[in-house]
Design a protein around this ligand. Structure first.
Ligand code: NAP
Ligand code: GFB
Length: 325
């Protein structure tokens, strides 16, 4: 990305990951780094164009004429939202992804980095999961719609590369959390859901707090600002069509119960945590290897998980009135 000026569109730029990338770029601009002098970054939300619609997608590309795209825009949600809307997750994300990648090809975009997820891997698998395993079997039933749509990004990337020589690639994050997350009761992931619901419980003076499921499932969580730094590094340094997992280490995997206890501590919630085992647990685990990342970016430092949880709870308390609730 060093030659000439680059124009980078971030689709999904108003969301959790997009806003984290915006924060990283704004910090680079404050420090007047060499990249900041020849890169123009544009962060788009659905108000800039509904990417399910081909004409609106084409209009966005015509307006900004990007040289590079970070493609984050998607219908996104937690376990329970996926279980309730698998067809919508499939159709909406298939439309968005086909429109964005086809517009990128037709507009001669030099590079596109799209976003998959560690939840799309086969449910029946060996561990740790790695990048070669994306298509090795059906995903977990809870989110087959989202998973198959995301897997088609990888198929599209290979097709555009093979037929047209496009540098279209993808990253595969583990579960993400941080400021500007989706804290809504209907569609949120577990960490923003617990943060928001515990804040509600605190405000009501409740003495117990219910975590859905058994609390036993295992997850790897990456702080959004760490993922953002890795995304920018991939855009500037990683040119393979093969996807790359962007996750914390396998040893950083935690149970949902551990997460709940950390959020309890960050909130100073005085009550008791109880578990509603009538609610789904979803995938028990999806342990992913970050060996490929570690081999290419040796000295990357992840934010300590408990610090990231504390900072996210503090952000939510300070910004609740403007947050997506
Ligand atoms: P998010 O906070 O829900 O943000 C989604 C973004 O996509 C928003 O900017 C939204 O715009 C935009 N968008 C949704 N539908 C659109 C449409 N029809 N047209 C144009 N823009 C649309 O999601 P996120 O957590 O940042 O996720 C970003 C990417 O990371 C996604 O591709 C997701 O699959 C992936 N990912 C997320 C996680 C996670 O745990 N969060 C884990 C792995 C991978 P508005 O704000 O205008 O609605
Ligand atoms: O983040 P999450 O919703 O999705 O986590 P997944 C679900 C786990 O947290 C389950 C427990 O074990 C739930 O029982 N949990 C406890 C809760 N309390 C709550 C709560 O209040 N809300 C939620 N949401 N969970 C998703 C995929 O799987 O991973 C998506 O379905 C996406 O497609 C995302 O890719 C990254 O980690 O289970």
């Amino acid at each position: 990305m060093t030659e000439g000026n680059s124009v980078i569109i971030v689709t999904g730029g108003s969301g959790l990951v997009g806003q984290a990338i915006k924060a990283v770029i704004e910090e680079e601009n404050r420090q007047e780094t060499p990249h900041s002098k020849n890169e123009t970054w544009i962060f788009c939300g659905s108000k800039d164009g509904d990417l399910r619609d081909k004409a609106q997608t084409d209009a966005l590309f015509e307006k900004y004429k990007p040289t590079h795209v970070i493609h984050l825009a998607a219908m996104v949600g937690g376990l329970f939202h996926n279980m309730a809307h698998n067809l919508d997750f499939f159709r909406e994300n298939m439309a968005i992804n086909d429109n964005v990648l086809n517009a990128s090809y037709r507009n001669k975009v030099k590079k596109v980095v799209s976003c998959l997820s560690t939840c799309i891997f086969p449910d029946k698998t060996t561990y740790p999961i790695d990048e070669t395993m994306v298509h090795n079997g059906p995903p977990h039933t809870s989110n087959y719609g989202y998973s198959y749509a995301k897997r088609m990004i990888d198929v599209l990337n290979r097709g555009y590369h093979e037929m047209h020589g496009c540098t279209f690639t993808s990253v595969i994050p583990c579960n993400v959390f941080g400021p500007h997350d989706n804290f809504s009761l209907e569609s949120s992931h577990v960490i923003p859901a617990l943060i928001r619901r515990m804040d509600d419980a605190m405000q009501k003076g409740e003495t117990t707090f219910t975590v859905m499921g058994s609390g036993k499932p295992l997850r790897q969580f990456i702080y959004s600002l760490d993922l953002a730094r890795l995304f920018v590094w991939v855009l500037r340094n990683y040119d393979s069509v093969e996807p790359i997992i962007l996750s914390v280490d396998e040893s950083d995997e935690v149970t949902i119960s551990t997460v709940a206890e950390m959020i309890k501590k960050a909130h100073s919630f005085p009550g008791e945590i109880v578990y509603d085992t009538a609610k789904a647990d979803g995938q028990y685990k999806k342990t992913a290897s970050n060996n490929k990342l570690r081999s290419l970016y040796k000295d990357f430092k992840f934010t300590p998980f408990e610090q990231a949880i504390h900072d996210t709870v503090a952000w939510f308390k300070q910004n609740r009135e403007h947050a997506r609730t």
